[in-house]
Design a protein around this ligand. Sequence first.
Ligand SMILES: C[S@@+](CC[C@H](N)C(=O)[O-])C[C@H]1O[C@@H](n2cnc3c(N)ncnc32)[C@H](O)[C@@H]1O
Length: 296
Amino acid sequence: MNKDVAIIQEFFNKINQFELPSTWDSHRNELKKIIGISEFFGENFDNSVIIGAGNLYDLPFNEIVENYEQTDLLDVDSATLIKAKDRVDTELQSKVNLITRDIVGYPEQISILDLQDLDKNSVAVKELLQQLFSAELCPIKIFQTQYSLAISSTVSSQLILPISKITDHSSNDEVIVMTKELGDVIADRHVKQVWDLLKRGGIGIISSEQYAWGSIDNSPLPLTKVINDPALMMDENIQSQIELIKGGLVINGRVTSESILHHIPQSNILKESEWIWQFDNELFYLVKCWVIIKDR
Ligand SMILES: C[S@@+](CC[C@H](N)C(=O)[O-])C[C@H]1O[C@@H](n2cnc3c(N)ncnc32)[C@H](O)[C@@H]1O
C-alpha cells in the first residue's frame, strides 16, 4: 500500500472505532425498508457493492449478501472491513469480497496530513486545496467492474474529512470557502462515480446527511440556535430557509438533489425519501436518500 492510502486508512480507522449505538434503530429501519422494496430489484442479482461499508452498522447486510451472487465491501479502512465481514452470517461469508480502496484517490500531497500542526492559514494549506481542485478526484477507474446494486450510505460527507481536519477552525475565509467548495466537488463526483459503476438495469442507493442538530463534544451546532426540535429539520419551510442561508447550517460534502440531477435523469430516480437519524444522545442528522436505476 502506498503512503497516502496508509495515512487515510489510519485516519478513518480511528473514526471507525465505536460500537453500534442503539439510537440508530430508526435510521437502520429506514434503510432496511428501502432495501426491502422488491419492485426496485426485479432483474439482475449478479453482484452488489457497498461503498464505504465501514462497520456495516446501518445496512441489512445479510439480506443484501443473500440476494446477490457476490457482494463487494469496499472501504479505505481494511481493518474495519475485516471485522465487518464477521458480522455477516457464516454460511454467507464465501459470497463476500473485501476491497480496500481510497475512492477519492487522494494524491501524494495528502502526506501533508503528517503535518497536523501546520498553520491552518498558511500558503501551504491554500496550495494543497488548489492542487486538490485540479486533481482528478473520485475517478471511476478505481473500480474494475460494474454492479447490479451499488450502495453509498452516509459516505459522501466523510470523503472531505481528511481535508477539513486540516482546515478546521481556520480563521482564513478563503480556506473555509475553498474547503466547502472542495466538499461539494467531491460529493458531486461521487454521485457520478456511483452512477458510472452501475450496469444496465442496476440499482443505486445513495444516502447523505444534510443538516445536523444538537451538539458535538458539548458545543452546540449552529442550527440548534435556530430551531428547538430536531424533527423540524423535516419541515419544508425550514429547509427552504436553511438552503437560502447554507454556510455552516449544511453538511460539507453532502449529496443534494442538484448533484443527483446533475448526473442522473429525473426519470431514472425511482424514489427520494428523508428521515431523522439520531446519531447519539446529543446529535441528530436529517438524511436524504435516493434510489436510482441505470437505463435498462
Ligand atoms: C459513515 S461511514 C459509513 C457507515 C456505514 N454505512 C455503516 O453502516 O457503518 C463512512 C465510511 O466511509 C469510509 N471512507 C471514508 N473516506 C473514504 C475513501 N476516500 N475511500 C473509501 N472509503 C472511505 C470510512 O472509512 C467509513 O467506514
